[in-house]
Ligand binder design. Sequence first.
Ligand code: NAP
Length: 318
Amino acid sequence: MKPSEATAHNVVIIGSGPAGFTAAIYASRANLKPLLFEGLLKGGQPGGQLMLTTEVENYPGFPKGMMGPELMQLFREQAERFGTELVREDVASVDFSSRPFKLVGGEKEYLAKSVIISTGASANWLNIPSEKALQGYGVSACATCDGFFFKGKEVLVVGGGDSALEEAQFLTKFASKVTLVHRREALRASKIMQDRAKKNPKIDFIWNSEVIEIKDPAKKKVTSVMLKNIQTGAVSEKKTDGIFMAIGHTPNSELFKGKLELDPKGYIKIHDGTLTNVPGVFACGDVQDYKYRQAVTAAGSGCMAALDAERFLEAEHA
Ligand code: NAP
């Protein structure tokens, strides 16, 4: 690796979900010639969480809906059209201690005058048999994205936090019955969410239980789950048409530990829009947002990050 061969890019974007590509569209249209690290499969999910969903029906502008991966392909094409340079590598390390910033991707070092981080978050999964094979076929981690497909059907939600109760509540708009499966007897969620869920006649609870297997991959759909009672060890089968995991998300911020201020859960701390504690480094999308986590909000914050980077570069070179 020869650092002297590297040139300082105006903007380097890390991450290829809706936030990263929107930042790229704006930065490239501002003539900043951004370079965007798309990532490799091993380092996460190029294209972000939409690559894991089937149909996206709540992204404005697509009244007939759009498959998640196709939507991401359109984001990508739009970013490329205005001159974004795409690199199919993970970023292995970053050095924000002096400017220009240094990033290592693949075997090469890159220099950057500004950096936009849009590495997203990953839904936590149970890592049980058939969970992966049935993602998009009845196994989901996003009720807002996929709830609509369960009109009149029965679904399970796994988890006992605010997300689980929010998802359960949301799913009752479509499903005929929602059963929340929690590994303990007490919910972690806020009292108000608990009260609301317990009052909802469509929501049932199964306590002290874990989902240990999802069936039936051979039919390419969810038909039932195997439940294990943690207290008694008893295993039983429960019929269901779908299962929603709400066991938390993990922000993809490992790379920035000790380099940027993170909150106790690992989300990048931002202020005044998309500014991090290091001037010239911006964060957008789910890596800084545990609250909204929607493609459209991620895209919006990607736009903000590009505008913030543009202003930063202008001020630096004024
Ligand atoms: P969370 O609060 O961390 O809750 C995760 C839940 O999943 C917990 O009940 C946990 O069980 C369970 N869980 C974790 N790993 C599991 C596993 N392997 N198997 C089975 N169950 C497992 O996460 P969250 O609900 O996504 O919320 C994250 C943050 O966002 C929280 O601060 C929350 O308040 C906030 N939030 C707020 C709202 C709102 O205010 N409207 C909505 C959503 C989220 P245990 O309880 O046994 O640990």
